[in-house]
Design a protein around this ligand. Structure first.
Ligand code: GUN
Length: 292
């Protein structure tokens, strides 16, 4: 079994980006700038956004963080988005999800200029991805593609089973794995909460990608010998032995599943760190007007 080291792969990708930024700087070009909008103080979201800002600092990007209380109005948010759309200094920006219930997340995401939508959540980017046109790919699926590619994992003709159909991971992941470019060319099955006999499907997976946020959902009996298992779950579970009071748990029962796999991602240190690296990669592409 080979552990898919997302932390190391993320560092490699970020080093590659940092080298390119240093070159841009040396030539007197514009340094890429990422802005992030954070609403409320959900622990997970605060950590994720802070890590994104820290990554910007580390690789030499400019960054700005715009924070709001969780009672911010939709109007205030939409005005800020308009401002960022028009701000030439900002190459790309994200609105951290989830948003409070009184805000229409779809309306907010649609207000972002697709050219600055480095999360790849705007319907224009989703549509372009489906059509096989240049687009910003959502960071988590893009990170998983990088893992498959950099570990040279064969995907052509394989059966890829994706559990979860979210707009952020499951749906784009299943589309990308079916595309006619590497990593892709797989036969894809999408499973979700209405799937009857989940184990029947997962046991047929050569590549199993799990993104539902249910700790330990995938047990050893559900995995085929030699499968590639990608665990996107990062649920905070209480842990009194930690200073933080919690630890992260994946959707896969790693301790019992790992021995059956050819490759598997750990949690933490698997897919999570790649999400940040790919957001940085998208921001660099935005600053170079490389997508459109
Ligand atoms: N919430 C969970 N994942 C993501 C992500 O990749 N981007 C944003 N903006 N919010 C998220």
């Amino acid at each position: 079994m080979t552990l898919l080291d997302g932390k190391k792969t993320s560092e490699t990708i970020q080093d590659e980006i940092a080298a390119e930024v240093a070159e841009i700087k040396a030539k007197g070009g514009k340094v890429p700038h990422l802005a992030a909008i954070l609403v409320g103080n959900d622990g997970g979201s605060v950590t994720y956004v802070n890590n994104k800002v820290l990554a910007c600092e580390r690789i030499g990007f400019g960054s700005s963080l715009v924070s709001y209380e969780d009672d911010v109005t939709e109007e205030v948010l939409l005005n800020k988005i308009q401002e960022l759309n028009e701000n030439a200094e900002v190459d790309g920006f994200i609105v951290q999800l989830p948003l409070p219930k009184h805000i229409d997340a779809n309306k907010v995401l649609e207000a972002i200029d697709p050219k600055k939508d480095v999360d790849g959540f705007h319907p224009t980017n989703v549509g372009r991805m489906v059509a096989g046109l240049p687009a910003y790919l959502p960071a988590t699926p893009a990170g998983i593609l990088q893992l498959l590619k950099r570990y040279e994992i064969e995907t052509k003709g394989k059966h890829c089973v994706v559990i979860g159909r979210s707009n952020i991971v499951g749906t784009p992941m299943s589309i990308l794995m079916s595309k006619c470019t590497y990593p892709g060319e797989s036969t894809v099955t999408i499973c979700h909460r209405n799937t009857v006999d989940l184990a029947h499907h997962t046991r047929q997976a050569d590549i199993l990608i799990v993104a539902v946020g249910r700790p330990g959902l995938v047990t050893a009996d559900m995995v085929k010998e030699g499968a590639v298992v990608i665990d996107v779950g990062t649920t905070r579970v209480p842990d009194a032995t930690r200073k933080s009071g919690f630890r992260l748990r994946g959707d896969v029962d790693f301790d019992n599943v790992a021995d059956k796999c050819s490759y598997i991602t750990p949690v933490p240190g698997g897919v999570g760190p790649l999400t940040i690296a790919m957001l940085m990669a998208n921001t660099l592409r935005a600053s170079k007007r490389e997508v459109y």
